[in-house]
Design a protein around this ligand. Structure first.
Ligand code: ASP
Length: 344
């Protein structure tokens, strides 16, 4: 069954192309439809004691900037796809988050980036894993979705595709930041040399900080995007949940859009993003019930820590997490932006 909002959006697009007056029902559907956006900048051990006032202000300002960039696109009648890209790119360009500039270090002292994107109207998706020179991994994920016949590209092949697409490439040390290097040093010290794979033992603060966005536009179309440097001290080409469609990212107009952050191995095994949306779709659960069940009742007892942002086509937002904090923000229609970091 074609959703009314999808049909209306198609008619609006066709009428715009043909420069004819829009049918009354299409324009009223456009005006009535709520648009909304939610973003995250990672979950983990984030308590008031961990952040100085200046740091808190910097995170709040950057989250607000990213949220409002996406919101402005939606308010002007732009697509949810453009909105999530705009929001994620602002966070990728900021050293505050573990994505793009500011990405965590691998055990060997470099950066390997993962990203994915999904279009809820068409269920098309694009993903990249383990890329080292792509300034905006989320832009490459979109390019994979739109300009390749594949869903997921990795490593050197993904970089070759990026070059062919004319996407900006940078030396790997573009992503360097002093504070992430300190985290690597501490992580290496903690891990020792005995078991270099044992990052499971690391404190949450060494692990998280991924960024993501979900949005619904005036035409009722959902999109989701996620971008990350992965986990500090990762080895052997480890890939997390962020570039895996259904684990770290999912969007389907018939249910919801999700972007995840947390301990990727668990998010992969529990297929978190898709599981939440399947509950909405097949059990008829609200985004709140589905999100809380998966994050608190399924993931946590299994040992999986992290959180998600969820949005449905009606503009219902829910942002559950089972860690001490999650950088997050949302804005529904023209309501005020809501920005939060801690649990309370
Ligand atoms: N989920 C990411 C990963 O496992 C990490 C994060 O959310 O910060 O690669």
């Amino acid at each position: 069954m074609i959703k009314f909002s999808t049909l209306a959006a198609a008619l609006v697009a066709v009428s715009a192309t043909l420069s004819i007056a829009q049918p009354a029902f299409a324009s009223s559907a456009t005006e009535d439809n709520t648009f909304a956006i939610a973003i995250h900048g990672g979950a983990g051990t984030i308590t008031r004691a961990d952040l100085t006032e200046e740091q808190e202000a910097a995170y709040t300002a950057k989250l607000t900037e990213a949220l409002n960039a996406g919101h402005a696109i939606l308010a002007e009648g732009g697509t949810s796809m453009d909105a999530v890209i705009a929001a994620v790119q602002i966070m990728e360009a900021s050293p505050l988050f573990n994505a793009g500039l500011g990405a965590v270090y691998t055990f060997d002292g470099g950066h390997e980036l993962d990203a994915s994107i999904m279009d809820g109207a068409t269920l098309e998706a694009g993903a990249v894993a383990g890329v080292k020179t792509i300034k905006s991994p989320i832009a490459l994920a979109r390019s994979v979705m739109e300009n390749s016949v594949h869903v997921m590209l990795s490593g050197e092949g993904a970089e070759q595709f990026a070059a062919e697409q004319g996407l900006e490439q940078v030396p790997n040390d573009y992503f360097d930041t002093e504070h992430r290097y300190q985290q690597l040093e501490q992580a290496r010290e903690k891990l020792g040399v005995a078991d270099k794979q044992a990052y499971l033992e690391l404190d949450e603060k060494y692990k998280y900080g991924t960024v993501g966005a979900v949005a619904v536009d005036k035409y009722g179309n959902l999109s989701a995007a996620t971008s990350t440097g992965g986990m500090t001290a990762k080895r052997y080409g480890r890939i997390g949940d962020s570039p895996i469609i259904g684990a770290g990212t999912w969007a389907d107009n018939a249910s919801c859009a999700v972007s995840a952050t947390g301990h990727g191995e668990y998010f992969i095994r529990y297929h978190v993003a898709a599981d939440i949306c399947s509950r909405v779709k097949y059990l008829g659960e609200s985004v709140e019930t589905a999100g809380d069940t998966v994050i608190h009742d399924v993931l946590l007892p299994a040992g999986g820590t992290g959180g998600v942002i969820i949005l449905d086509a009606e503009g219902n937002v829910h942002m559950p997490f089972n860690t001490e904090g999650m950088y997050r923000a949302s804005r529904v229609g023209n309501a005020e932006a809501e920005v939060a970091i801690y649990k309370d």
